[in-house]
Design a protein around this ligand. Structure first.
Ligand SMILES: Cc1ncc(COP(=O)(O)O)c(C=O)c1O
Length: 289
């Protein structure tokens, strides 16, 4: 049976219903998170749930649960659905209320849903790399908020899909920001470069893990905006994200990145990232390396 959480209650999926005037449905007025599950355990749960609290606070949604309470509920859901390798998705909207732009009163409680899904590690892509296109970043100026409003991301991702690629690398004018659903880093002369965590990108948890690993292993890195020219001249390009961990990009706009195969720095970070997962969640059955 497929169980979900609806406003704190565990229900069978078919019994969980949301009102047609839920503000998430009508306006995309809400925030969400996706957390990885390895060996039935949540990876970097605190970091994800803390970011959810921050996203909610930035849009004025008061979450009715503490981080620890949320984590306990999610762990119960994972165990009930017997998910070994996958993801948990959770979202809070501003609740159900007759359609009106201004926020409803405090008597309207947020709507909370969470579900799990079995998702493999993308072994082939991690091994061989992904292809990407570049696309103008037309999103709003608060990309630091993990909001349900993802139309700008979806339009870019659809273009990538239609071009037979896996990801759209977004840029505002000449400045590269992030992927449609990932963060991007380049490697030049042994230095990892990734956009600083400001309002133009989502400060990915995987990005933060990757930077922590750089610090711990004396890998030089810079958190700064970089240009399309730097992207095109990079020795290596890689993406980070919850479901993909660290994935090399080997082709951008049909041109090879560097020599067109995953680079040594990307390989090193993939391996360190995997060690981090093993440390937190235990041995992985199918290790990449
Ligand atoms: C726009 C965007 N940037 C970056 C990321 C990567 O974030 P994380 O590593 O927390 O999954 C995501 C993940 O969904 C995203 O949607």
């Amino acid at each position: 049976m497929d169980w979900v959480i609806h406003n704190g209650e565990m229900l069978e999926r078919k019994n969980a219903k949301v009102d047609i005037e839920d503000r998430g449905y009508q306006f995309g007025d809400g925030v969400y998170e996706v957390i990885r599950i390895y060996n039935g355990k949540l990876f970097t749960a605190t970091e994800h749930l803390q970011r959810l609290v921050e996203s909610a606070a930035k849009v004025g949604i008061t979450l009715p649960y503490k981080v620890a309470e949320l984590q306990t509920m999610l762990e119960e859901l994972i165990s009930k659905n017997e998910v070994d390798l996958g993801i948990v998705y959770l979202q809070f909207t501003r609740g159900e209320s007759p359609r009106k732009h201004a926020f409803p009163g405090i008597d309207v409680a947020p709507t909370f849903v969470a579900y799990t899904r079995k998702v493999d590690r993308p072994q082939a892509k991690m091994e061989r790399g992904m292809k990407a296109i570049t696309e103008e970043d037309i999103r709003w100026l608060r990309c630091d908020i993990k909001s349900l409003n993802l139309l700008g991301n979806l339009l870019a991702n659809q273009k990538a899909t239609e071009a037979g690629c896996d990801e759209a690398i977004l840029h505002r004018g000449n400045t590269v920001t992030e992927g449609s659903h990932t963060n991007i880093s380049i490697v030049k002369n042994g230095i990892v470069i990734t956009h600083e965590a400001d309002n133009f990108i989502l400060n990915g948890i995987s990005r933060q893990v990757m930077l922590k690993l750089c610090k711990e292993h004396d890998i030089p890195f810079e958190e700064r905006a970089f240009t399309l020219e730097e992207l095109n001249a990079a020795d290596e390009v890689f993406l980070t994200g919850t479901t993909i961990e660290v994935v090399p990009v080997i082709m951008i706009n049909e041109k090879p990145v560097g020599v067109g195969v995953p680079g040594t720095m990307t390989r090193k970070l993939q391996s360190l990232f995997e060690d981090e997962i093993v440390r937190e969640c235990g041995p992985l059955l199918e290790n990449r390396v």
